[in-house]
Design a protein around this ligand. Structure first.
Ligand code: ATP
Ligand code: MG
Length: 384
């Protein structure tokens, strides 16, 4: 058990160190990390050593018992003056039975190792996959997305969202802005029902998200999460993501996401194989591929969580114009830190500490919401 756990710790550390190698080098933490690795490796070595010591004792012990048994059979046979054939036959049976017993004891060793691994797998399998579909009253079908007095907590005493309400018509755009940690990504999580609300309700197309099968719900969305993930495969496969989309849809999405230009410059274009974690692309290029992936299946609702932050202002503006033009019927939700990214949205929510402190268009908020005005004014110099 301990051996298995220490082995697991070691594999995890090696994995973390390899993925985080740049950070470790940049922070000159190589010595710290190798010290940590050394500690874990010696823990593993000593638990393996202890286990082997017990094993090395049990092996000769079982051989001794085994051979003593053989001697006992022969001696008993001699005393009972049995036939040589009988003794040999008995010995053969004796060896077969003993071998089977040894096999059983080996199974116990494998079983205890397996149990340590199974415990961890069990933890993952036991996670609730939210497939609980419950009956809930429907909302207003006129809205593509509606939050009705939603409160939510990830756990503990703190409430991470408090009394959030807004409604968005089909084809309209919503901007969410606010300081870091105010709950913007949490709104996105609730919309996709990655978590369930503590109070209130979230409606998509007039249906409570808790009354929809998750597959049906998530099919409506094209989402770029804040820390999107690109695979080490070709650009085409990364945009398509196993959905067998037509070539034209992939190209249209890449064009709209402002990714086409840099894809075309690559020698193999859409067939270019990305390095692991897209290490050969710039931050902005990665974001544009992730946006293309979200757009490619022409979803009803596009959600971009802080996914144009690495783009320069001109590219960001071109992206917004293309979205407006090419996906006009699509409902859009844009989470951003920049006023310029949400300025033209039909509705902008200003979040602070899990509550809405302002809601309206850019013009209204500039007049009525001091928090919004403050964000806008600090960014004025940056061509808001
Ligand atoms: N999985 C989680 N478990 C527990 N708390 C969480 C979890 N995710 C977020 N939080 C907490 O919820 C609050 C809101 O987080 P959220 O990710 O929604 O912020 P955000 O507005 O998206 O911030 P940012 O602009 O940095 O992305 C934070 O205080 C954060 O610590
Ligand atoms: Mg966030």
């Amino acid at each position: 058990m301990t051996v298995q756990k220490n082995g697991d710790r070691m594999v995890r550390t090696v994995q973390e160190d390899i993925t985080g190698i740049r950070v470790i080098k940049a922070l000159s933490k190589t010595e710290h990390e190798s010290g940590k690795f050394g500690g874990i490796a010696s823990d593993l070595a000593s638990s393996e050593f202890r286990a082997q010591r017990v094993m090395s004792l049990t092996n000769p012990l079982t051989s001794l018992i085994f051979n003593l048994g053989l001697v006992a059979v022969i001696v008993a046979g001699a005393f009972l003056s049995a036939e040589a054939g009988d003794i040999t036959g008995f010995l053969t049976y004796f060896i077969i039975v003993l071998n089977a017993m040894l096999g059983i004891s080996r199974i116990f060793v494998i079983l205890s190792r397996g149990m340590a691994s199974a415990e961890r797998i069990e933890k993952v399998l036991a996670l609730d996959e939210h497939e609980k579909i419950e009956e809930h009253p429907a909302g207003d079908r006129a809205f593509a997305v509606e939050f009705k007095d939603v409160s939510f907590s990830y756990g503990g005493d703190k409430e991470h969202l408090t009394g959030i309400s807004f409604a968005l018509k089909k084809g309209a755009s919503l901007g969410i802005i606010g300081p870091t940690g105010c709950g913007k990504s949490t709104v996105v999580n609730l919309l996709l029902r990655l978590y369930d609300v503590s109070a209130g309700a979230v409606y998509v197309d007039g249906q409570d998200v808790r009354s929809l099968p998750s597959e049906e719900l998530r099919k409506k969305f094209g989402v770029v999460f804040q820390n999107g993930y690109l695979m080490a495969s070709s650009i085409r496969e990364n945009i398509d993501y196993g959905r067998d989309l037509p070539e034209e849809a992939i190209k249209r999405a890449a064009r709209c996401a402002q990714a086409e230009e840099f894809i075309k410059e690559l020698p193999e274009g859409y067939g270019h194989d990305l390095a692991q974690k897209a290490g050969d692309l710039s931050g902005g290029q990665k974001q544009r591929l992730l946006i293309a992936r979200a757009l490619a299946a022409s979803p009803e609702i596009v959600v971009l969580d802080d996914s144009s932050s690495a783009l320069d202002y001109a590219t960001d503006a071109a992206l917004r114009r293309a979205l407006q033009r090419e996906y006009a019927g699509t409902t859009r939700i844009v989470v951003a830190q920049r006023v310029s990214s949400v300025k033209n949205c039909d509705l902008i929510l200003v979040l602070e500490n899990g509550s809405v402190t302002g809601a309206g268009t850019h013009e209204t908020l500039m007049k009525t919401c001091p928090e919004y005005r403050a964000i806008a004014e600090t960014q004025m110099g940056e061509a808001v």
